[in-house]
Write a protein that binds this ligand. Structure first.
Ligand code: ADP
Length: 306
């Protein structure tokens, strides 16, 4: 375990000495001394620390690297997403969390100049295989974005749209049932059951985000990817979505990018810490927050940077 105590390289100034010598020169020297001295940022480890692999993985990633043109954004990421677990992806802005998340349902394919290398398997199947239909993949691995983005359609049609185009429902009754089930699972049905024909965009921000979750659920995914799903929501709406994430874990596998360490601690079972495109450390969430191994992880979770 890394020591979380005060850094001995930066001792606290002695207040007695301070009081004894009140001259302006002395004061300015002391104030200079009490500024934290910038410390060299430690290097990321050669290999990810902790437990990147699990026994019952829904998704396995091996040596996954991503390039935007000539710029490399991710370096040889090995990380399993275990079935029915919530994995939190944390790290400073720009470290590659969203890029990694987008690898898992090939959303990076939609970005010009973006190239993904390495092996990614969903239930043992290579997601880059030419036999795999990417539209099907994105139904199996759904995505919820930072800003709720309901279609400009009714609440009902927002949920029914995916099942219709994927041929999951044939009759009005089947569609009604699937819409109700999906909205119920997303914790929204009771709030909207009397206005299913109202526009999805007429809902509050938190309700819109739960509608987007219902829309992802409706096409019967195995995995749900969430990219900072609460960062546009108020605290009450955030609490509802966090409770929902915990409920969803019984039926789905979830990977969530969050800049909130409290949220990662509340909703996830495993946490993966990224730094400058490298996966530094991954392990059970309690271990990462209470007993991290790498100095970079310690520095991030104690708020030294990020
Ligand atoms: P995070 O989600 O941790 O904030 P990102 O995955 O968004 O990080 O970004 C990782 C790196 O890739 C950053 O240096 C970012 O500037 C770069 N990047 C992300 N998206 C693009 C893009 N569409 N084109 C070029 N570079 C990008």
């Amino acid at each position: 375990m890394q020591s979380m105590s005060l850094d001995p390289a930066h001792p606290t100034p002695d207040p007695a000495a301070d009081a004894a010598t009140p001259s302006p020169q002395r004061e300015s020297a002391l104030s200079r001394q009490s500024q934290p001295v910038p410390r060299a940022i430690p290097a990321a480890p050669e290999r990810t620390l902790g437990e990147p692999r699990v026994r019952n993985a829904a998704i396995t990633n091996r040596n996954v690297s991503v390039y935007y043109g000539a710029k490399r954004a991710l370096f040889d990421i090995d990380l399993d997403i275990g079935r029915h677990e919530v994995v939190a992806l944390i790290g400073p802005s720009g470290c590659g969390k969203s890029t990694f998340l987008r690898c898992l349902n090939r959303m990076n394919d939609t970005i010009d100049g973006c190239r993904v290398t390495g092996d990614i398997q969903l239930d043992g199947q290579d997601i880059h295989s030419p036999e795999l239909d990417v539209v099907q993949l994105r139904a199996r691995v759904g995505m919820v974005f930072q800003k709720p983005n309901p279609f400009p359609k009714s609440i009902y049609d927002n949920v029914a749209y995916g099942p219709r185009i994927h041929g999951l429902v044939r009759t009005k009754l089947e569609t009604d049932e699937l819409v109700e089930r999906s909205l119920t699972r997303a914790g929204l049905f009771e709030e909207v059951k009397d206005r299913l024909k109202a526009s999805g965009t007429s809902l509050s921000g938190g309700q819109q985000q739960r509608l987007c979750i219902a829309r992802a659920i409706a096409v019967q995914p195995e995995v749900i990817l969430m990219d900072e799903p609460c960062s546009a929501l108020d605290p009450i709406a955030t609490a509802k979505v966090e409770q929902l994430i915990d409920d969803l874990r019984k039926n789905y596998t979830i990977a969530i990018v969050t800049h909130s360490m409290q949220q990662a601690a509340r909703v996830s079972q495993r946490t993966a810490y990224f730094h400058l495109g490298r996966l530094v450390e991954v392990g059970p969430t309690g271990k990462i927050f209470r007993n991290p191994e790498h100095q970079l992880t310690v520095d991030y979770i104690t708020g030294r940077f990020g």
